[in-house]
Design a protein around this ligand. Structure first.
Ligand code: HEM
Length: 469
């Protein structure tokens, strides 16, 4: 068969290429829509640069194969490199610090390791609920879930308190982080003259101030722990500062520890917060599913005691709500893969070694060949074990794939199940009937402007055990 190029979007401009139809505000949703129209693969060529997108489960399965393809760190991820350098998420596959940090930190993310984070996670959820009880009316869902997730990773990972729910103004770290991510996201869309405009308007200087501030906070956290070490490892920071890579016998160097902390603060909060926000939106707009999940939680809580570590795994209905939420709205909208050698995709599209593409999860997760004709419907029961067994695994990859898949998966599940269960148990909630889903894109996808009106349920107990010391 001759050499083929994947289809491209309509209206290719001579010399320049496929610039018509780019959406700088909602690029991922635009890409998913085009994949829905063109098919499971398409390619944009802009000034000779090739951007290929995959949206079919079968074709994505080919690039998930670690034998022929591997994680790519193209420009959108490279933009994070000045902040996180060779931290786990942005490291190139051949950087020795990836292997070292992965070996040192993976044990902190096993299912059983979640036991040591459980009380702190429950404590943070309880602080959020107490703040909600003190205020009346409705809550800004994305803002609250962001505070929850950042506080959780800050405390569980590094013993750092942002005190998100104890004070009126948010910790300055949060707006600095948000502004930094927005700036980086904007750099990813090629707009002529942006650099000049950013310099003239002070945007570049503001970005540098944000970065400097975040570096300082993280350096202070490290210095504090070095001055006041724990007797034995209690959190990620302890592991980073004291554990040796079993293979090389090396510890992480000081600069890499900072990179990892920034990586975990970024990778460990936006995604989780957005997934929780979508779950609340979907439950609020599907009261029958909310009732099912609430019934399961109420049964577990009937003793009045706080949810214990072992009980989180029993909340199967809540877990299915989360799985179905991440299917419809994968908050990490995709991942990049590059060919490890010259290869041919789908039996017809040649890719040279080092050429990369993006797997667009929103489309893969709605591929009718895997998910059926009701793929756009919110139906958590599709994650009942018999349905899961009957489906190929490659149609669902919210945490990425292979060697470089998400290290924080168990952490995210534990945190999300605990938070959602507590909210279901403690509150009746409803969406504003006038709200239409508006999905914003800021590195992750999230429901913008979504507020939830909440009413404390009679007799609902607090979730948290005594504060962790
Ligand atoms: C719902 C929540 C989450 C989602 C959807 C998610 C999604 C992902 C995805 C898709 C990747 C692979 C990216 C790629 O291939 O380029 C990834 C990697 C990663 N995630 Fe998550 N994540 C979540 C939560 C977390 C949490 C809670 C943490 C930390 C506590 C975390 C830390 C990381 C790190 C460090 C990596 C890089 C792993 C490596 O390359 O070795 N994530 N995540």
């Amino acid at each position: 068969m001759g050499v083929l190029r994947p289809p491209h979007p309509p209206k290719r401009v001579p010399l320049i290429g496929d610039i018509i139809g780019l959406d700088p505000v909602k690029p991922m949703q635009n890409t998913a829509r085009i994949l829905g129209e063109i098919g499971p693969i398409y390619q944009r060529r802009i000034l000779g640069m090739r951007l290929t997108f995959l949206g079919g489960a079968d074709i994505a399965a080919e690039v998930n194969d670690d034998a022929t393809w591997q994680k790519a760190v193209p420009r959108p991820l490279q933009l994070l490199r000045p902040i996180a350098e060779d931290g786990l998420f942005t490291a190139y596959n051949d950087e020795p610090n990836w292997h070292k940090a992965h070996a040192i930190l993976a044990p902190a993310f096993t299912q059983s390791s979640m036991r040591s984070y459980h009380d702190t996670m429950a404590q943070v959820v309880d602080e959020m609920c107490s703040a909600w009880d003190g205020a009346s009316g409705d809550v800004d869902v994305a803002a609250e879930m962001t505070k929850l997730a950042l506080e959780t990773i800050g405390r569980c990972g590094f013993g750092y308190r942002f005190d998100s729910f104890g004070r009126r103004e948010v910790d300055p770290f949060l707006p600095a982080l948000k502004d930094m991510l927005e700036y980086i996201q904007a750099q990813g869309v090629p707009v002529p003259g942006r650099k000049v405009v950013d310099a003239l308007t002070g945007r570049t200087r503001q970005h540098q101030r944000n970065v400097d501030y975040m570096f300082k906070v993280v350096d202070d956290v490290i210095a504090d722990r070095q001055t006041n070490p724990h007797d034995e490892p209690r959190d990620l920071l302890d592991l980073m500062l004291t554990t040796k890579d079993p293979e090389t016998g090396d510890q992480l160097d000081a600069r890499n520890v900072r990179n990892q902390i920034l990586t975990f603060l970024v990778a460990g909060h936006e995604t989780t917060a957005s997934a929780l926000s979508f779950a609340l939106y979907l439950l609020a707009t599907h009261p029958d599913e909310a009732a099912k999940a609430r019934a399961e939680v109420d049964e577990l809580w009937s003793t009045g005691a706080a949810v214990r570590f072992e009980e989180v795994a029993k909340l199967r209905t809540v877990r299915r709500v989360i799985d179905e939420t991440m299917r419809l709205w994968p908050t990490s909208p995709g991942y990049f893969r590059e060919a490890k050698q010259d290869t041919v995709l789908d039996g017809r599209y040649p890719f040279k070694q080092g050429e990369w593409l993006m797997v667009v999860l929103q489309q893969v997760h709605r591929d009718p060949a895997v998910w059926g004709d009701d793929a756009d419907q919110f139906r958590p029961d599709r994650f009942q074990s018999d349905e899961v067994r009957a489906r190929p695994g490659h149609g669902y990859k919210p945490f990425g794939t292979g060697l470089r898949a998400c290290i924080g998966r168990q952490f995210a599940y534990h945190e999300m199940i605990l938070a959602l269960a507590t909210i279901l148990h403690r509150y009746d909630f409803a969406a504003d009937p006038g709200y239409t889903l508006d999905v914003a894109e800021q590195m992750t996808l999230k429901p913008a402007g979504f507020r939830l009106s909440i009413t404390r349920r009679a007799g609902a107990d607090a979730s948290a055990p005594a504060p962790a010391t």
